[in-house]
Design a protein around this ligand. Structure first.
Ligand code: ADP
Ligand code: MG
Length: 397
């Protein structure tokens, strides 16, 4: 177990808090389209402020190669200021003389927001001098950036070796929620996988087969599983080694005696566009010029029935191309089933950037037990890998 902000005396302390405010914007604007990552960090920020800590926030935004005016933190600082109903000062840089002075001038409960950490390439390089410069701003390091915890950067990992380092509430919750899937899930446990490609999720599926009672597959990756069983999937998205990977997963599932569900019907179209004409076909009759873009109604029902038998469900990856209405029904139906099931007491954990986005846009996020804020980080965690940003934090005894 990792120490959290409640295991250390934060009163009056300068706390450097690494958050993940790498939020989506409306295209071409500085309007934040989804502030859930900012809201997710509020418990930690509020806790620290209530105890008179001086809060110094750090985040990366995008992937700048040096200073990039389009990737400044000002819009996030502004939104945060609205949410905490208190001023937030924006520093001109993440390190340096002027930033030092602003950090030193903070009063109890004040908030300083450092400029985009990745304006310094040394952040990603985990440069020791850069870590030291960041550390010199504060007395304590708090990591609440689960979405960046799989990266060993100066602001996520390097600094944690210099200052006393603890987890924020969000990071702690992510570790406990995702950890419960690997360690002691209420059974039966279903892993529900979707999304575009089987290759992206291969490692996590192999790990989760070891602990799940059921593996359910939808999304684009279903094509690989269908092909592996000798069915033809037309023009569907298919990686070269997809069927081979799917066959490996299927035999691992068989060897463990766990149930593997794949679609029996799918929604297809001859092109992927907003105007595309959708139709439902059985998976043994996918036309050669069609691609599968969602699970079909019979599959939706079968999956919903199977999921309702499970006490714990991990859902990673949409069931179809939910971005287009005619291919959104599978993701919507499964999302609604899981939300209802969670309200009735089941544990439903949602991971993956697109899946979280889908659940959020359906207004179902609050019903779920947990919606992970980490895309890649959640996958690596569930693969059983050590995340450097977590490993570097202090252990409880
Ligand atoms: P997550 O971010 O939740 O982990 P992925 O990144 O693996 O999910 O996949 C999300 C993408 O998969 C979405 O953009 C969605 O449109 C796409 N997708 C889902 N089903 C299909 C399909 N049948 N064919 C092609 N793409 C699909
Ligand atoms: Mg994704």
């Amino acid at each position: 177990m990792k120490k959290t902000v409640t295991d250390i005396d934060v009163s009056g302390a300068r706390c450097l808090v690494r958050v993940d405010f790498n939020v989506p914007f409306e295209p071409g604007t500085t309007t934040i389209s989804d502030d859930s990552r900012i809201r997710a960090a509020l418990p930690t920020i509020n806790y620290l402020r209530e105890r008179g800590a001086r809060v110094i926030l750090a985040t990366h935004v995008g992937r700048p190669k040096g200073i990039d005016d389009a990737l400044r933190v000002a819009p996030m600082a502004q939104r945060l200021s609205e949410l905490i109903e208190s001023p937030v000062t924006v520093a001109p840089d993440s390190i340096g003389e002027e930033t030092q002075q602003l950090a030193a001038a903070l009063g109890p409960g004040d908030v300083l927001f450092l400029e985009n950490t990745r304006f310094h390439l040394e952040d990603e390089k985990n440069d020791p001098d850069h870590s030291a410069a960041l550390a010199s701003l504060a007395d304590i390091f708090v990591n609440d950036a689960f979405g960046s915890a799989h990266r060993a950067h100066a602001s996520t990992e390097g600094v944690a070796h210099i200052l006393p380092a603890v987890a924020g509430f969000l990071l702690d919750k992510e570790i406990r929620m995702l950890g419960s899937i690997l360690e002691s899930p209420r059974r039966p446990l279903a892993t529900l996988m979707g999304g575009a490609k089987v290759g992206d999720k291969m490692a996590v599926m192999e790990r989760l087969i070891e602990t799940s009672d059921m593996l359910i597959v939808g999304g684009g990756m279903a094509a690989a599983f269908l092909e592996a069983r000798g069915l033809r999937t037309g023009k569907s998205l298919l990686e070269d080694d997809g069927p081979q990977m799917a066959a490996r997963i299927e035999s691992a599932a068989k060897a463990r005696g766990i149930q593997l569900l794949i679609p029996t019907d799918v929604v297809v179209a001859t092109e992927l566009s907003a105007e595309a004409e959708a139709s439902v076909v059985s998976t043994d009759a996918i036309p050669a010029d069609a691609m599968l873009l969602d699970i079909g109604p019979a599959t939706r029902d079968a999956y919903a029935r199977a999921l309702r038998l499970c006490q714990t469900i991990l859902w990673n990856g949409p069931m179809g191309v939910f971005e287009f209405e005619q291919f959104a029904a599978g993701t919507r139906a499964i999302g609604e089933t899981l939300a209802q099931h969670a309200r009735a007491g089941a544990t439903v954990i949602v991971g993956g950037g697109s899946t979280a986005e889908a659940v959020d846009s359906l207004g179902l996020a609050d019903a779920m037990t947990h919606v992970s804020t980490g895309g890649g980080a959640a996958l690596e965690f569930l693969e059983g890998r050590t995340l450097p940003g977590i490993a570097a934090l202090q252990d409880t005894n």
